[in-house]
Write a protein that binds this ligand. Sequence first.
Ligand SMILES: [Zn+2]
Ligand SMILES: [Zn+2]
Length: 158
Amino acid sequence: MNILKRVLIGLSPRKLAECGHLTKRTDFLDEGVLLKMPKNNKGTFDYCHECLKKMTIKCTWCQEKIYIGDRITLYVAEEDFMAPDGAVCYNEEKRQYVGCLSYDCADSAADIQGIWMPPGKVMRIPSPFEKALKPESLFLFQMFPNILDNIKSLKALP
Ligand SMILES: [Zn+2]
Ligand SMILES: [Zn+2]
């Protein structure tokens, strides 16, 4: 990021967010992680950057940070899996854990299953695979059964 942009962010006005703290429209959540705060329907902000920063979690699988607004995976852990500190379990029964969608961590960008949202919860969005799994497209998977081996997210389907 160039210096001018940093200076402009430093000078930008602060407004009172619903969380009770003053916040800028655009500020850093972390080193190199800039977030433009979305306005709510009252035209103000729900949270300040400091509050959103506290909602940062760690990826279950690679321990990279997952920030508010990040796209996430919900892979299923093995039976005897011990979740590391800071990992978030999405569904205890199915042993689905929140993971990041980084190149090293997710098998494919098609594994996206949600977005990490305030105040610290998963907003589910169907993965492209789940969307494709309409009854009429099931025959495709019967015709090409071995592609299923490459789609980890299948395990996470209900
Ligand atoms: Zn706040
Ligand atoms: Zn990860």
